[in-house]
Design a protein around this ligand. Structure first.
Ligand SMILES: [Zn+2]
Length: 99
């Protein structure tokens, strides 16, 4: 029950974004997104016809903040909308690309 409450209340908060790789010709971009809780995620974007988040996976450096597993899990998939909103609202992608 407690775990459920924690899961429901988890909300990722982006602390920093860096570009990991890109292919400008094909419009493919890979970013490392660091959250304030220390979680790091690999996020893939495709820019054509418009910027969209295509995939997200947690780097297994720290346990998952949602399920606490230290191996692969799908928890971050349910926060794609939240990641996209923050990445867009706070212009993280623009900042990462101009660095
Ligand atoms: Zn998880």
């Amino acid at each position: 029950m407690i775990i459920r409450v924690m899961t429901m209340s988890y909300r990722p908060s982006i602390d920093n974004v860096t570009k990991a790789a890109s292919n400008d010709k094909d419009g493919l971009y890979e970013f490392i997104v660091k959250l304030v809780d220390g979680t790091e995620c690999r996020v893939f974007y495709h820019r054509f016809p418009e910027w969209r988040l295509t995939n997200i996976s947690r780097l297994q450096k720290t346990p998952c903040p949602v399920c606490r597993k230290d191996f692969i899990c799908k928890c971050m998939d349910s926060f794609v909308g939240e990641f996209e909103r923050q990445l867009s609202d706070d212009q993280w992608i623009d900042k990462a690309l101009t660095e």
